[in-house]
Design a protein around this ligand. Structure first.
Ligand SMILES: [Zn+2]
Length: 193
C-alpha cells in the first residue's frame, strides 16, 4: 500500500481553495474546517513537488532574520528560491538567544557567511515592553509575567543592537547587515552597513 494513502486522509475539496488570491483575506474558519484545507492544499503541492534532493546547505551562503509579519515574503523580496537561504523569523525579527543558536549552527555547519537582519515598517513590535504586556493581558485575561517581548522602542537602535549581537558572537563568522523593509513599497532600506 502506498504510505501516502495511509498518512493523508481523503477529504472533500474545500470551496475556499478555489478562490483567487485577491479574496483570500476573506478566509475564515467558517470556510473550511480548521486544518483540513491545508492538508488538501498539501496534496496538490505534493503532486507538483520538485525540491527533492535539494542540499540542506544554503546555496547563497545567506541567512535572513526577519519578522513573522505575514506581509513579508523573505524569498521573493530578495530574488531567492528554496535552497538559497536560511530564514529565521520571530516577532520583530529580533536577535534573541535562540536566533543566535540557529545562526551558530548555520554559520558553522550550513555554509552561511552572510546574514541580513531585516526589520520592517508598521511592525507591531514597535512599542514598549509595558504596552505589549498590557495588550496581551487585555486579550488573554491575565497578566503575563516573566516574559521578555523584545519590544522595539527605537527602531534604528534596535536594528543596530541586533546586528551587533551577531557581530559580537565569537562563534559566528559572517558579514552582517541591517535593513528595514517598507511594507508599503516592498523596498529595502539600508540602516546598518
Ligand atoms: Zn513585525
Amino acid at each position: 500500500m502506498n504510505p501516502a494513502t495511509v498518512l493523508i486522509p481523503r477529504m472533500p475539496a474545500c470551496p475556499a481553495l478555489e478562490r483567487t488570491r485577491s479574496t483570500r483575506a476573506e478566509f475564515s474558519n467558517q470556510d473550511c474546517q480548521v486544518f483540513e484545507d491545508l492538508v488538501v492544499a498539501n496534496e496538490q503541492y505534493v503532486a507538483g513537488y520538485q525540491l527533492a534532493g535539494l542540499p540542506a546547505k544554503a546555496a547563497r551562503q545567506l541567512a535572513v532574520v526577519t519578522c513573522i509579519d505575514s506581509r513579508i515574503e523573505p524569498l521573493s523580496m530578495l530574488g531567492l528560491v528554496p535552497g538559497d537561504a536560511k530564514i529565521l523569523r520571530n516577532a520583530g525579527g529580533r536577535v534573541t538567544d535562540d536566533v543566535l543558536r540557529s545562526l551558530i549552527i548555520a554559520s558553522n555547519l550550513l555554509s552561511v557567511t552572510r546574514i541580513a537582519v531585516i526589520h520592517h515598517t508598521l511592525c507591531a513590535m514597535v512599542a514598549t515592553e509595558a504596552e505589549i504586556s498590557s495588550k496581551i493581558a487585555e486579550h488573554a485575561g491575565s497578566q503575563p509575567t516573566g516574559w521578555a517581548w523584545h519590544a522595539i522602542d527605537e527602531p534604528d537602535a534596535a536594528l543596530r543592537a541586533d546586528v551587533d549581537a551577531i557581530r559580537e558572537c565569537p562563534l559566528i563568522d559572517a558579514d552582517v547587515v541591517g535593513w528595514r523593509y517598507d511594507i508599503d513599497t516592498g523596498r529595502l532600506l539600508p540602516v546598518v552597513d
